[in-house]
Design a protein around this ligand. Sequence first.
Ligand SMILES: O=c1ccn([C@@H]2O[C@H](COP(=O)(O)O)[C@@H](O)[C@H]2O)c(=O)[nH]1
Length: 241
Amino acid sequence: MRSATDYIVFPLDVPSPEAAKEWVTLLSEEVGMFKVGLELFIQAGPDIVRFIRSRGARVFLDLKLHDIPATVARAMARVADLDVALATVHCGESPEMLGAAVAGSGGKVGVLGVTVLTSVSSEDIAAAGFRPELAADMTRLVMNRAETARAAGCAGIVCSGLEAAAVKKAFGPDFLAVTPGIRPASAQDSPDDQKRVTTPGQAVRWGADYLVVGRPIRDAADPREAARRIAREVQTALAAA
Ligand SMILES: O=c1ccn([C@@H]2O[C@H](COP(=O)(O)O)[C@@H](O)[C@H]2O)c(=O)[nH]1
């Protein structure tokens, strides 16, 4: 049985290993996993992943790989050496790339396909020249990419909470929906650069398996209390489900 805390992923979006270690120490009891993204990995490399693992915490390595299949397979094999729970590859336009990521992982990592970034809106999709029906209904585009990710053998996808219900309905409980773009109700009007946002409670009610929550915790006056508040909201949503 997963606890509410297990649902929360905290992104270590900080510029140094020292800062990352402080956050890991502060939040180890409050979140279920730490996400290492581009900023920290470029600065601190695989050693920061090893540090987090040595503290007994789970790691989501969010490098969003996007390259030719052979290169992605080789990169994902190196990711697998790091003993992380989850790692990302862009769904993009290449089913072969997704299949290569899964093959490269050797079954040791849950490979997630990034469908449409939560910082992207329908207007952005229309401006990029996508077919009008996809721009008008973002869930269709997310579902197209989710279908490709599933066919390639991915463990799940990254999408917004707004699409989580459709993903779970189509692909069942075992196909993971990992949802960034989480903002508490009090911050819905100031979501930073996020454009497809949900509250923690909405994301869980709609089927999200993991909520990636960064700035609402990191920028809070009391980050531990902010994480606990989110866990309570998750708990309430789980109890009602
Ligand atoms: O579609 C995506 C994919 C990844 N992210 C990452 O999640 C966190 C969100 O941080 P907040 O501070 O809660 O906005 C960040 O590391 C992104 O790189 C995403 O937001 N959307």
